[in-house]
Design a protein around this ligand. Structure first.
Ligand SMILES: Cc1ncc(COP(=O)(O)O)c(C=O)c1O
Length: 392
């Protein structure tokens, strides 16, 4: 695709032929047809144990290796610096079991994060008796910055975890600048890139992060995730594999058993598709989508957009959450479903600390409309019409 055409893009996703508008993409995106075909082919022809010398095993070993190569290249990591696993939560848990700390060390966690990038470090802090410091930022923007991090930093802080983009707020944090602040006291930075990955190119070296993870099932692929740990940061990772196995790569250290073969070997289909569309085109198209929705939401006195109200692609990705005065988030969605085939949802989306403690919302949380590049401008104009029907 030389210039972006949403109709052409949609043809790559078999699920989009159904009578359903998919607007819960921050929960999970639809899967590329090429990924589905590749998994079918793999399971039909080459589903054997890796590493043997017979022909079919050699083929599957090569395909799995190509999956790892392609995933590493996609984020500008070395092959030894990644592991693919069941989910981002699982990979952070594995990392938390393996990270080495000393008595008296402190860690900083953000109150804006999905629990996937909080709970593993909570468990770790409890086990190793580390002190936790909480990082919050000012409302309404709720932007994590080096400035609001710096008062928490000291030489005792050894680890900081934060999100690149909250799965509720959609605002982009300047991870490169945050990494520089974290490194200025010699600590390590772990970033949850799950809500960023479907929308922008990731270059872990340019960002300067120590650990970074995201989930391929939100980037048009199967239900697996990737974790990056720089070679230098791996000095702090204790290998957890069987004693007789190698300990060189991140996969050796915290991959335990092999990653899901059929899913890993399908990753080149994702990276090829995304490269063919290009993130410049994706950003421009998604910018148009978010502008349509935000213009409507910002025009209403009874609606509060959470986080940044900006529609500028420099500030945000098209994950937009809001609350309506006098109408519960659940009711908004239930009423919308009565009059449309629009699939967006209400809730706290595992960002409970953000919704309860920071935003002070009730248990029905927010209404979240989360778009990706295969959504059309007509679909988003349609959301606006649906909301006009159901709002007071
Ligand atoms: C921002 C964010 N981080 C982490 C996760 C957890 O990802 P996984 O389901 O791969 O553990 C999610 C899932 O919704 C998410 O939105």
């Amino acid at each position: 695709m030389s210039s972006f055409d949403v109709t052409t893009a949609r043809q790559h996703f078999p699920a989009l032929k159904q009578d359903q508008v998919f607007l819960d993409n921050a929960g999970g995106s639809q899967t590329l047809g090429d990924v589905i075909d590749s998994i079918t082919q793999y399971l039909s022809k080459t589903n054997v144990q890796l590493g043997a010398s017979y022909h079919t095993s050699a083929t599957s070993t090569t395909k799995y290796g190509e999956g790892y190569k392609s995933a590493a290249k996609y984020i500008n990591a070395g092959e030894d610096e990644i592991v693919i696993g069941a989910s981002t939560t699982q990979l952070f848990m594995n990392l938390a079991s393996a990270l080495k700390f000393q008595d008296g060390d402190e860690i900083i966690l953000s109150k804006l994060d999905h629990e996937a990038n909080v709970d593993p470090w909570f468990v770790l802090a409890d086990r190793l008796k580390l002190k936790i410091k909480w990082w919050v930022s000012d409302k309404p923007e709720l932007k994590l910055t080096p400035e609001n991090l710096k008062p928490l930093l000291s030489n005792k802080v050894k680890f900081v975890a934060c999100t690149h983009v909250s799965n509720i707020l959609g605002g982009i944090h300047d991870v490169k600048a945050i990494a520089e602040a974290v490194h200025s006291v010699g600590a390590l930075l772990c970033v949850d890139g799950v809500s960023y990955a479907p929308h922008r190119q990731i270059d872990v070296k340019a960002l300067g992060v120590d650990f970074y993870a995201f989930s391929w099932y939100k980037v048009y692929g199967p239900h697996v995730a990737i974790l990056y740990a720089s070679s230098a940061a791996q000095e702090h990772v204790k290998p957890l594999g069987h004693f007789f196995n190698p300990t060189k790569t991140l996969e050796d250290k915290i991959g335990f058993a092999g990653s899901c073969y059929e899913a890993v070997q399908a990753i080149p289909q994702i990276t090829a598709y995304v490269s063919s569309v290009g993130f410049d085109a994706i950003t421009a198209h998604e910018g148009r989508l978010q502008a349509i929705l935000l213009e409507f939401l910002n025009s209403r006195d009874d609606i509060t957009v959470l986080g940044t109200a900006s529609a500028d692609s420099k500030d945000r990705v098209p994950t937009v959450s809001f609350v309506v005065k006098g109408l519960s988030s659940r009711k908004v969605v239930e009423e919308a479903e009565k009059v449309s085939n629009y699939g967006f949802r209400w809730g706290t989306f595992y960002s409970n600390r953000l919704c309860d403690e920071v935003l002070g919302l009730d248990k029905e949380g927010v209404v979240r409309v989360s778009m990706v590049h295969y959504n059309t401008e007509d679909e988003i104009k349609g959301v606006v019409e649906v909301l006009k029907k159901v709002l007071p």
